[in-house]
Design a protein around this ligand. Structure first.
Ligand SMILES: Nc1nc2c(ncn2[C@@H]2O[C@H](COP(=O)(O)OP(=O)(O)OP(=O)(O)O)[C@@H](O)[C@H]2O)c(=O)[nH]1
Ligand SMILES: [Mg+2]
Length: 297
């Protein structure tokens, strides 16, 4: 679905420092969200809403990264402000998490941020967000052309589709964004084909209330998340392997049955040939006996 100028919603980008939230949001909105290199703290320090003239009903919201001890409180407040404001005005929220990978692997701090943020959301009737309540942009993927990229994507997709302690909120709305070399360290508008359409194809949620994320003991909570994520990944890989083996087993059984079927058909054909040959022989013998016809070669 293309964005339409009647759309009324908030597109809110959330994620850890430096993952590329502001860069991608600029690309989606056509407005400038300050981005670039930042070594000490994250670059975006507070909630920033901007509207695009082409889509007057849409507010694009940029937030600071959460999993940075020095920024966490500010980030928690900015995220809470974005959700509370949307709730107050009854605006639909397209919540998009931006994450990155490390050598193709998910980073526990990104899972931590997603879990914390999603746990802070309450929907109408007091319910918690269900499956597909958020979109996920996996940014700066410099491994998409690798021969085993599909395996990596399969594991990442499964991580977000199978509920587990480290990922209790699941989604199928995942999009891989390639690494753009010219975007490095720059604060410029980069074009990411298909990104706007993807963001607006996501239905979004109606938030009724948001609680402030508790950022106390962040380092300890992150340590626990690292351990939990490692355990969950191990279990998921084993599960995928079992599924793979089961699929291989099913394929083998299917092939065995096809081979057995072919062998049966071959035997039947041979038998048919035998009886046909026998019939021919009897006919030939009878012909010789009756009419003295010479035997066929
Ligand atoms: N090479 C490359 N660099 C990227 C890409 N996307 C973002 N960057 C760079 O990554 C750095 C951080 O990008 P930002 O958009 O500022 O990241 P952010 O998530 O908004 O960061 P904070 O505001 O600090 O939380 C910038 O130098 C971007 O130019 C990409 O696809 N390729
Ligand atoms: Mg930023």
């Amino acid at each position: 679905m293309d964005p339409c100028c009647d759309d009324v919603c908030d597109v809110v980008f959330v994620g850890n420092p430096g993952v590329g939230k502001s860069t991608l949001l600029s690309a989606v909105s056509g407005r400038h969200f300050e981005s670039g290199l930042s070594w000490v703290n994250g670059l975006t320090k507070k909630l920033c809403f901007q509207r695009s003239p082409a889509l007057p009903g849409v507010r694009f919201g940029d937030t600071p990264g959460l999993a940075d001890v020095s920024l966490a409180e500010m980030a928690a407040q900015a995220i809470n402000e974005a959700f509370s404001d949307a709730a107050r005005h009854g605006r639909n929220v397209k919540l998009i998490f931006v994450i990155t990978t490390e050598s193709g692997r998910l980073r526990p701090e990104d899972l931590f941020t997603i879990k914390q943020v999603m746990q802070s959301i309450e929907l109408p009737g007091g319910s918690r967000p269900g499956p597909n309540s958020y979109g996920l942009l996996i940014n700066k993927c410099n491994w998409l052309e690798a021969p085993i990229a599909d395996e990596g994507k399969q594991l990442i997709n499964a991580t977000f589709q199978v509920p587990k302690q480290s990922v209790p909120f699941v989604t199928g709305y995942t999009q891989y964004v390639p690494f753009i070399p010219e975007a490095a360290g720059a604060d410029q508008l980069v074009h990411f084909p298909g990104l706007i359409e993807w963001v607006f194809s996501f239905p979004g949620i109606t938030i009724s209330r948001a609680t402030l994320i508790d950022t106390r003991g962040l380092e300890e909570k992150m340590k626990q998340m690292r351990q939990q994520a490692a355990r969950d990944e191990e279990a998921l890989v084993a599960r995928l392997q079992r599924k793979h083996e089961q699929e291989l087993g099913e394929l083998k059984a299917q092939m065995d049955s096809t081979v057995a079927d072919m062998e049966r058909k071959l035997r039947e054909a041979q038998n048919r040939g035998f009886w046909k040959s026998l019939g021919k022989l009897v006919l030939s013998v009878a012909s010789i006996a009756l009419f003295r016809v010479p035997l066929p070669p």
